[in-house]
Design a protein around this ligand. Structure first.
Ligand code: EPS
Length: 382
């Protein structure tokens, strides 16, 4: 069983993670993980905090000569801002920001100082999730499963969907300041972020995650919590700021007739004797039917709300005086949709790796590869 836990506050000493259940023999490289950490810190619209941090992971256990040995993998990312906080006095923050965890978190846990809530509720936690997801991406890559993520909309500015995914596309996405390969939309998105900044406002948007190279048969319909679409939706909804998730053309499907939305099934004889390949001409289901992968690309969108820390704050109540006032403001990002898209890729990688190991489980990478090879051979005969 693959599982992980993480710990750490936004301005504490560091973020910690423990992953258990990785097979032995998986090559891991801190620098590959750091590239994803850097991508997560980027994206047009980030605030002052990202000028302080330069996230780097340290793998503290579970790795010998660059390969996993089956024991838990211990991870650490230092918070550089922690040092700055040692020199200052921080009075309590008692005015919750509408839309943030401040209000409900303070009441739930019995605090008047919302600092005790925001420190852990902070999206800073997604740095560790990105590191963890990046490790599971390495596992999936061993089986030619590739995950792409890119921005489709910021505020009102929409980009064209990408129709074909490959290594070059990945590089193109990373070159864009908003992780969007539609050049005109990219410019429009940056302008929209500038306008929001000038007005002291924030912006949300949409990103899409595409998982390619997925075999048929991950996930299951036999129990509600084994459905892979439900698990991916849950993973994406757990990203701070996510308010909706869509699988394939889920929203459009709800308005259409069945005859126009389902993906008809075709079979193609391969050159090899007795070997078939099933395929679809459309992928409106987003690669999952009955909670199980159907061999097409998995396509998931996440809808991110504008962040709640506003330069021109909304009305709120002071927990100490119970009087009407304006919400707190210290510093903030303007738009985190590009960063969230990197986190989306990571959390999807995690869920896919869990589902993959459920089906092809083994204690070593070699054993899993053998199980996978046998399955693929069997599939060719079905
Ligand atoms: C966040 C507030 C900001 C963001 C932070 C999430 O931090 P600060 O209060 O220190 O300016 O920069 O995101 C990160 C630190 C990060 O690494 O993504 C919040 O309130 O959620």
């Amino acid at each position: 069983m693959l599982r992980f836990l993480d710990a750490g506050e936004s301005h504490g000493k560091c973020l910690l993670g423990i992953i258990e259940g990785l097979p032995t023999g998986l090559s891991l490289n801190e620098e590959n993980i750091n590239l994803n950490l850097k991508r997560r810190q980027g994206g047009y619209g980030r605030g002052e905090r990202m000028k302080i941090e330069q996230d780097r992971v340290e793998i503290l256990s579970g790795l010998v000569e660059g390969k996993t040995i089956g024991s838990p993998l211990g991870l650490m990312i230092k918070n550089k801002d922690w040092e700055n906080w040692q020199e200052k006095e921080y009075p309590p923050l008692t005015i919750p920001r509408p839309g943030h965890a401040d209000f409900a978190g303070a009441i739930k846990y019995g605090f008047k100082d919302v600092r005790k809530v925001l420190e852990r509720a902070s999206a800073r936690q997604t740095a560790m999730r990105t590191a963890v997801g990046s490790i599971t991406s390495s596992l999936l890559e061993e089986f030619n499963i590739d995950i792409y993520s890119y921005v489709l909309r910021i505020g009102q500015v929409k980009a064209k969907r990408i129709v074909s995914f490959n290594r070059e596309v990945k590089e193109e996405i990373n070159k864009s300041p908003v992780y969007c390969i539609d050049g005109i939309a990219s410019i429009g998105m940056c302008r929209e972020i500038d306008r929001a900044r000038e007005k002291g406002d924030t912006l949300g948007g949409v990103f899409e995650v595409v998982i390619a190279g997925v075999p048929i048969g991950l996930g299951s319909y036999v129990q509600w919590d084994r459905r892979l679409d439900a698990r991916l939706a849950s993973a994406l909804m757990s990203i701070p700021g996510a308010k909706a998730v869509e699988i394939g053309k889920g929203i459009e499907a709800s308005e259409k007739k069945g005859s126009t939305i389902h993906d008809e099934i075709f079979a193609q004889e391969e050159s090899e004797k007795d070997s078939f390949r099933y395929y679809r001409k459309t992928n409106r289901a987003g690669g999952i039917e009955g909670g199980i992968t159907n061999g097409e690309d998995i396509v998931v969108k996440a809808y991110i709300k504008p962040i709640p820390t506003l330069i021109n704050p909304l009305r709120s109540i002071d927990f100490t005086t119970k009087k009407r006032t304006k919400a707190i403001y210290q510093r903030s990002d303007i738009c985190v949709v590009p960063a969230a898209s990197v986190v989306g890729e990571a959390v999807a990688a995690w869920e896919m790796a869990v589902a993959f190991l459920e089906k092809f489980s083994g204690d070593s990478l070699l054993e899993i590869k053998e199980n996978y090879r046998n399955y693929r051979k069997r599939l060719q005969k079905i």
